[in-house]
Design a protein around this ligand. Structure first.
Ligand code: BES
Ligand code: MN
Ligand code: ZN
Length: 494
């Protein structure tokens, strides 16, 4: 799909489908919209009346214009109250416009939306993101992909001259989001630890990053006993992935992004057998690693003045004669011992060694992303990620980034007292505590593997990594959650 920042207005553009963004305050029609209405012989007003359109956010309507009109279809998309206009509203509205054009079999779409907050660049970026992400279709695993005869080919952003940089920025970011979506959506017999490592190598090759893959024996030498304990039952080898983006100038900061990379989580001997444990969905358990690689792909192209390390301790969590026993004691690479009282709390074991590795790189800040706990879904539902951090600065910068991108994130407490639940009689800690506060004890567990001096945040993305229904620019399936916020956060650090 191609984007054109056009100096044409909705009055002069011609093409298959014209979509106008209307806020509640743009009714009754005045100014250029009244002109447009006159130009189409009152059909815009008729459309508004017949569909009882009020400008409510996410509402749409469409009408066919007669014979020799410059556009075939005229659509309207509601933007809600103009005081509530946001980049996210625009992103969702652009998604609605693109979906409408596709449904109406239009190859060219012209969209006319207001500029948010006097920021044409951010407005254009959001419109491109919304339409690109909404139009992303994944038919890699269909033998006969549904293809409509007419696909949406070109989107003209009307009254948005000179915004080519914003278009390109959005395209780079969306390439990262789409990579993450496709990694998460692919089944566990396709996306293996080796596949994740290959993907990292491809990103490095294409965009000039350096890549290091630690094999099992390299990890043994580094004493990564927690990670290797999880990996030991699988017939396929673990791959510890480390990608580095080094800016051409002197980096302003050094950051690390760490993603949980369980390409399949059976639960191990504490197998996911209970009702609702969704073992068949556990390909999504590498959503953190997918977001990490997606962010790497985008950041490598956007080239900020920040050094960024992208890390994932990738493996499967399987069962076999050489699986972890519930009760085994493992030693992580910082020397801490862990009594594994539940083999299904494996993500934190892999992250433990990945976080120690990130710390050894002497970075200023670490953000990890993980589909870590079902408890987090119970707490925040399927749309909202959880943020755990003791750094006010990091909390603020991540929250600001998430608000800019529209990815919903909520800060949770790191209640130190709950660490009591992880006390072990025999080892330094157990890997799971009581059911209550399960996502908090998971975060407190991870904290044991991060140096106190390093700013660190943990994002539990178990809920938003996947969606069953279409919503805004998300399609059913993997969302690519985290990529856009990570990219925004890194750019804000440059
Ligand atoms: N990968 C799961 C968490 C998960 C569950 C992600 C559902 C997405 C959807 C994680 O490894 C896990 O199994 N967590 C356990 C922890 C428990 C044993 C303390 C859980 O949440 O049940
Ligand atoms: Mn698990
Ligand atoms: Zn897991």
């Amino acid at each position: 799909m191609e984007f054109v920042a056009s100096d044409k207005s909705c009055l002069t553009w011609s093409g298959d489908c014209l979509v106008i963004g209307l806020s509640e305050e743009s009714l009754p029609l005045t100014g250029i919209l009244a002109d447009l209405n006159r130009q189409c012989s009152g059909l815009l007003q008729e459309l508004i009346d017949e569909s009882e359109f009020t400008g409510k956010a996410d509402s749409t309507a469409v009408i066919r214009l007669g014979g020799d009109a410059a556009v075939r279809k005229l659509g309207i998309v509601g933007l809600g109250g103009s005081d509530e206009l946001s980049l996210e509203r625009l992103r969702r509205a652009a998604a609605s416009a693109a979906r409408l054009a596709k449904k109406e079999k239009c190859a060219t779409l012209g969209i006319s939306f207001p500029v948010w907050n006097n920021s044409p660049a951010l407005t254009t970026q959001s419109l491109v993101e919304g339409s690109l992400l909404a139009m992303h279709q994944d038919s890699r695993f269909k033998s006969e992909p549904e293809k409509s005869k007419v696909e949406l080919e070109t989107v003209h952003l009307l009254e948005q001259v000179g915004q080519t940089a914003a278009i390109e920025k959005a395209q780079k970011i969306c390439a990262g989001v789409i990579l993450a979506r496709e990694l998460v959506a692919a089944p566990p017999n396709v996306v293996t630890p080796a596949k994740l490592a290959e993907t990292a190598a491809e990103i490095a090759q294409a965009h000039g990053l350096s890549v290091e893959i630690l094999e099992r024996d390299d990890c043994e030498k580094r004493g990564m006993g927690a990670y290797l304990g999880v990996a030991q039952a699988s017939d396929i080898p673990p791959k510890f992935i480390h990608l580095t983006y080094q800016p051409s100038g002197t980096p302003k900061r050094k950051l690390a992004i760490v993603g949980k990379g369980l390409t399949f989580d059976s639960g191990g001997l504490n197998i996911k057998a209970g009702a609702g444990s969704s073992i068949e969905m556990m390909k999504i358990d590498m959503g953190g690693a997918a977001a990490t690689l997606g962010a790497a792909k985008a950041i490598a192209q956007l080239q900020p003045d920040v050094e960024v390390h992208f890390i994932s301790a990738a493996t499967e969590n399987m069962i076999s004669g050489h699986a972890l026993h519930p009760g085994d004691i493992l030693t992580a690479s910082n020397g801490k011992t862990i009594e594994v009282n539940n083999t299904d709390a494996e993500g934190r074991l892999t992250l433990a060694d990945a976080l120690v590795f990130a710390n050894q790189l002497k970075v200023d800040a670490i953000v990890d992303l993980a589909t870590l706990t079902g408890a987090c879904i119970v707490a925040l539902g399927n749309d909202i990620g959880a943020m755990f951090t003791e750094s006010r600065d990091l909390a603020k910068s991540l929250m600001t980034a998430a608000e800019t991108t529209g990815e919903k994130l909520w800060q949770m407490p790191m209640e130190e007292k709950y660490f009591e639940g992880l006390k072990s009689v025999v080892a330094d800690m157990k890997n799971t505590g009581p059911r209550a506060g399960g996502s908090i004890t998971a975060a407190l567990f991870l904290k044991q593997f991060v140096n106190k001096e390093t700013d660190w945040a943990h994002l539990d993305i178990a809920g938003p990594v996947w969606t069953e229904k279409e919503s805004g620019y998300d399609n059913p399936g993997a969302t690519g959650y985290g990529v856009r916020t990570l990219v925004q956060w890194v750019l804000a650090n440059s």
